[in-house]
Design a protein around this ligand. Structure first.
Ligand SMILES: [Zn+2]
Length: 555
């Protein structure tokens, strides 16, 4: 072998997780960002030259880099640089955090924040009057931890032109004061939230670059080397796409990114040519804008999830679908004709039923249309995922029942339905393509994107406490023990967080498995995770992340 054909790096003393979920002990060689050899140490010697670097894996597992199949890297990175409420739990915590932030940031024209929970507030959400006392002089908007609600002050309502006469946008709601039409200060769902955020000063390219840098630092530490971005939903999208592409060209990206554009019901079929035009502009080696993102409903906690049967606490009310079925069908058909993969936010069983009907009508099995979240699915619909070649994008870190279960979910759905949420084993048994994702930064108070939290929850079906899984906590807390049949095995969980996302995003020939010829996107762990007796990633950590053959994180 010529010196120029020698490996840039050899990983030795590793246990490599290879296709078919087979663990191979030995060495792996990398050249020009690709895997060129996997096998015995003796066989690796012909690849080593005078410039080859050696990495000792310490007898530990080496996995493909994680693929986050549904996250919000842009928005999350931006929100992490904003007024964070995630450390608070009560109203007074939130008030204090907001006051501290606004005192420090007198220069900001408007205040953006993130991370309040529904629990401390009444069902109509937080009040503008509280926020007016804290931020009287400039627009302020605080997104809830699930992102489906926003708490705004009077200034924000004013710039958005929202008043007692404003009607609710499709699928959204402007909460009003009890017994009046006056806005109370809480906006529900994307299209309502956008009425405010689109009127605020829009972040430019440099702000988005900083947001991505914030994201990438966390992602590298978590072992994430690829992602699907489920949308820049609350501001104009193109400066973000531009930022990602420029960073890619400058060699600054440490993730492969597949991006999406929001597709809304009001614009329906008419918006498709615009989506096509933008798609042409934003393609580079590691950045591909190729997906249309659609919201089919909201959340169950916000009563905006669209159910097949009514909510228990609102008589006869099933929630409203964001899209009328006919409009969705025709738009999906047009998107399919233009070669768009459609990625659908679908929380509740009614939304999923409509989505399946629409995608069946539109066709396009080869496009791998994806349904994300799937909190409540009618079991009879699961086989349709397999029949239609769809991908189930699942966020397992939510797949346990916590204190919200009694306080929020049981009153809304009653126990039987509350217990039927979060099917996973049934999707696996039906042979559905599954891809794991985090939905970061939404959904969890800790805003975790850590794939091992997701994998651990999928395997144990219990909550992670203090960064470890407490297997028995749930049994004590909920009298219906976790749905043991819905848990899955560790190898499958890892596969869904690596190959699953690569398949969903048409990158399975590039990344997602450890194979000769694929990109060297790899993570080294602190242990041989498969040899553990309890087969759970309880204390598993990433000690090194390699992207495209380059070490981007190590500790
Ligand atoms: Zn999302």
């Amino acid at each position: 072998m010529l010196e120029g054909e020698k490996a840039d790096a050899v990983l030795y003393n590793g246990v490599f997780f290879t296709p078919g979920n087979v663990s191979l002990a030995g060495c792996l060689a990398v050249r020009s960002g690709r895997i060129v050899y996997i096998g015995s140490e003796a066989g690796s010697r012909s690849f080593t030259g005078k410039n080859t670097a050696f990495i000792d894996c310490g007898g530990n597992s080496v996995l493909p880099g994680f693929f986050d199949g549904h996250c919000h890297a842009f928005m999350g990175g931006r929100l992490m640089n904003s007024c964070l409420l995630t450390s608070g739990q009560t109203k007074s915590d939130y008030f204090r955090l907001i006051r501290e932030y606004t005192d420090e940031h007198g220069e900001k024209e408007s205040i953006l924040g993130f991370g309040w929970c529904h629990m401390p507030f009444e069902s109509i959400g937080p009040s503008r009057k509280d926020l007016d006392r804290l931020v009287p002089d400039r627009p302020a908007i605080f997104l809830s931890v699930d992102y489906h609600s926003a708490w705004v002050n009077s200034k924000a309502l004013e710039i958005a032109g929202i008043n007692r006469n404003t009607s609710d946008p499709t699928g959204g709601r402007i909460e009003s004061e009890p017994g009046s039409d006056e806005p109370h200060g809480c906006l529900r769902e994307m299209l309502t939230i956008r009425m405010v955020t689109m009127k605020l000063p829009q972040p430019g390219k440099e702000q988005w670059k900083n947001a991505l840098r914030t994201y990438m630092k966390r992602a590298a530490a978590g072992g994430i080397t690829s992602l699907f971005d489920a949308g820049i939903l609350n501001s104009s999208q193109e400066p973000g796409f531009c930022a990602a592409m420029e960073m890619d060209k400058a060699g600054e990206l440490t993730v492969r990114m597949r991006l999406s554009q929001l597709c809304t019901p009001d614009a329906g079929v008419k918006q498709v040519p615009e989506l096509v035009a933008a798609r042409k502009k934003y393609q580079s080696e590691n950045v591909h804008l190729s997906v249309a993102k659609v919201f089919m409903d909201g959340t169950i906690e916000g009563h905006t999830g669209f159910l097949l049967k009514p909510y228990e606490d609102r008589k006869g009310y099933r929630g409203k679908p964001v899209w009328e079925l006919e409009n969705f069908k025709e738009t999906a058909l047009e998107l399919r004709k233009q070669g768009f993969q459609i990625h659908v936010h679908s929380i509740s069983d009614g939304a999923t039923r409509n989505t399946l009907d629409g995608l069946e009508y539109a066709g396009g099995k080869e496009l791998r249309h994806t349904l994300a979240h799937l909190e409540l699915v009618d079991p009879s619909d699961i086989k349709r995922f397999a029949e239609l070649g769809l991908v189930a994008s699942i966020q397992p870190s939510r797949y346990y029942m916590d204190s919200d279960y009694y306080q929020e979910t049981v009153p809304m759905l009653a126990k039987k339905r509350a217990n039927e949420r979060y099917l996973l084993g049934d999707f696996k048994k039906a042979g559905v393509n599954i891809a794991f994702g985090s939905d970061w930064p939404w959904g969890t108070v800790s805003s975790s994107m850590d794939p091992f939290k997701a994998i651990g929850t999928a395997v144990i079906r219990s909550r992670m406490k203090n960064d470890s899984i407490d297997e028995y906590e749930l049994m004590e807390e909920v009298d219906n023990p976790y749905e043991y049949n819905e848990h899955i095995d560790l190898k499958s969980a890892i596969e869904y967080h690596t190959y699953g996302g690569a398949y969903q995003n048409f990158l399975e020939d590039v990344t997602g498995t450890i194979e000769v010829g694929k990109k060297a996107d790899l993570i080294v762990l602190n242990e041989d995770v498969f040899s553990k007796r309890d087969k759970s990633p309880k204390d598993t950590e990433v000690v090194m992340t390699i992207f495209n053959g380059r070490v981007i994180y190590s500790r």
